[in-house]
Ligand binder design. Sequence first.
Ligand code: FES
Length: 77
Amino acid sequence: MSSDEEEKIKNEERIKQMARVVCICKGINLGKVLKGMEGCSTVAEVNRATGCGTGGCQGQRCGPRIKMLLEKMSQTK
Ligand code: FES
């Protein structure tokens, strides 16, 4: 497999990951959450920036995912 083909497959995987839904109630995907997370350090801040946590479950499902993403982001800084 050529490096161009490998890069194309990696890009497709990145796009698929970004399209994954983080907040099921509001249909907010990972790409939007990651963009909204910039400068945020708490789940509440991310919720305000993205609209996550305002759906029917009030963040019971997406809150833990956002918390995990914040932890991962802080580890990579
Ligand atoms: S999954 Fe986000 S508010 Fe329910």
